[in-house]
Design a protein around this ligand. Structure first.
Ligand code: PEP
Ligand code: MN
Length: 337
């Protein structure tokens, strides 16, 4: 339920409602808006709770939250959430560009590509140090050494570091180096991991599981939000369908649909979404046209030699061209990039 306070309700009245919510065995979550404050009462349905809260002083109305996800829902918060860290701004009229290699492979590789993507207009640097690979025989990432190199690339460029964390026990280590923790598609429903990344307090990039529905995706985000961490970006990275001309199928209708259902910013990954370098720039443009708040794109100094996902990585030159195209689309829509 949402307890909508009257405009100008006093702090004492709000505190009283929070206390009542908690006495009812529900969890309170306060959202201070520009006009009025709302107190979300979260938990299992309780008989009589609505009536009990409605009579509170300063309360305008109590309305049920219809969506299964609560804190992620536009029913609870209408104002759009913007995620900001260093120069990276995602959402609320800013299209944030996160670019870099699939994996951190060497000092030269990450420093070179970081400077390049920065010069081309990216404000976030991606690069996996812990890699979730389909085969246990594939390159698994440089682990902590890779994180150190990412931190060095940040010191050199100022880019915000976006990197994946695969296990709850790795969260403190990855959080010590990263600016944004990425939860990979394979881990979207790893609930202990979602709680652990939420508790780190860092912004989260949550990737959609390739077989997850949008409700499941938003409920995964809800696990992070429930820890009190509101800096969550949702990332559409393609789903598994019968189609095999692309690695995954990239459904761009996810973007406007999520904008109707949640206030969280939506990032599109055209690299994993298509699995083909030749399709990435066009889908990046299309994502911005569909309203994406950010892009995460794989770029490698020499894709042929990449240790992972080289077939979908843009060359530096192709990335620069993609950025020029994306800027035109963003400008046409009045967005900053
Ligand atoms: C990645 O970003 O390199 C990655 C492994 O992505 P996903 O989790 O979407 O497969
Ligand atoms: Mn990859």
């Amino acid at each position: 339920m949402i307890v909508v306070m009257k405009p100008g309700a006093s702090q004492r009245q709000i505190d009283h409602i929070i206390e009542r919510v908690e006495q009812l065995g529900l969890r309170s979550h306060v959202i201070v808006g520009t006009e009025r404050t709302v107190v979300a009462a979260l938990g299992e349905k309780r008989d009589g709770a609505k009536q009990a809260l409605e009579t509170g002083e300063g309360v305008e109305k109590v309305v049920p939250i219809l969506a299964p996800y609560k804190m992620a829902s536009t029913e609870v918060k209408q104002e759009r959430t913007q995620v900001t860290v260093r120069g990276l701004k995602v959402g609320d009229n800013h299209v944030g560009i996160i670019a870099g290699p699939c994996s951190v492979e060497s000092r030269e590789q990450i420093l070179e590509i970081a400077q390049f993507v920065k010069d081309a207009g990216a404000t976030g640097l991606r690069g996996g140090a812990f890699k979730p690979r389909t085969s246990p025989y594939s390159f698994q990432g440089m682990k902590e050494k890779g994180l150190e190199l990412l931190a060095e690339a940040r010191a050199a460029t100022g880019l915000a570091i976006v990197t994946e964390v695969m296990a709850p026990e790795h969260v403190p280590m990855v959080a010590a180096y990263a600016d944004v923790l990425q939860v990979g598609a394979r881990n979207m429903q790893n609930y202990p991991l979602l709680e652990a990344v939420g508790e780190s307090g860092l912004p989260i990039l949550l990737k959609r599981g390739p077989a997850a529905t949008i409700d499941e995706f938003l409920l995964a985000a809800e696990y992070v939000l429930k820890t009190g961490n509101s800096q969550v970006m949702l990332c559409e990275r393609g789903i598994r369908t019968f189609e095999d001309h692309t690695r995954f199928t990239l459904p761009l209708a996810t973007v406007p649909y999520l904008h109707q259902t949640t206030h969280l910013p939506v990032v599109v990954d055209p690299s994993h979404g298509t699995g083909k370098a030749s399709l990435v720039a066009t889908m990046a443009r299309a994502a911005i046209a569909a309203g994406a708040d950010g892009l995460i794109v794989e770029v490698h100094p020499d894709p042929e030699k990449a240790l992972s996902d080289g077939f979908q990585a843009l060359t530096p030159h192709a990335f620069r061209e993609m950025m020029q195209e994306c800027r035109k689309v963003a400008a046409a829509l009045g967005l900053e990039i």
